[in-house]
Design a protein around this ligand. Structure first.
Ligand code: THU
Length: 135
């Protein structure tokens, strides 16, 4: 990925995040790396639960962790799974990204293949609902 933003070291970091997944029910490990505006790394992984709806996705784990640690401005997020091709964030994560990130923030999707796909928050949730719709 040569867009002048993405850094190769983010791949190693997101793989490290993925190792922290807790997935006794799906065995589908997802890692997320959130990069703050001052280049700090916030790690996320999916954390499952015997009561399945209580599971939380990697992307949201990273975002809520960032907020809880007083980090609110982000440069990008990288998401990795073990799928053959980069997997796509779920609808709930798209809505949460819409709430907490800029519409034009890059979302990099990658997988075992090493392929990196770039989208923005707005690409993933066009015409998404936000607080502006309630004004
Ligand atoms: N998962 C994520 O962590 N992110 C997504 O965007 C899609 C799904 C997790 C949730 C669950 O732990 C597992 O992947 C299977 O759905």
């Amino acid at each position: 990925m040569n867009d002048g933003i993405f850094k190769e070291e983010w791949l190693t970091e997101v793989q490290n995040a993925q190792k922290r997944a807790y997935t006794p029910y799906s065995n589908f490990n997802v890692g997320a790396l959130l990069i703050t505006e001052d280049d700090e790394y916030i790690y996320g992984a999916n954390i499952e639960n015997a009561a399945h709806p209580a599971a939380i996705c990697a992307e949201r784990t990273a975002l809520v962790s960032a907020y809880a640690n007083n980090k609110r401005k982000f440069k990008a997020i990288v998401v990795i799974t073990d799928s053959p091709e980069p997997a796509s964030p779920c609808g709930v994560c798209r809505q949460v990204m819409k709430e907490l990130c800029h519409d034009d923030m890059p979302v990099y999707l990658t997988s075992k293949s090493g392929e990196v796909i770039k989208r923005t928050v707005d690409d993933l949730l066009p015409l998404g609902f936000s607080g502006k719709d309630m004004e």
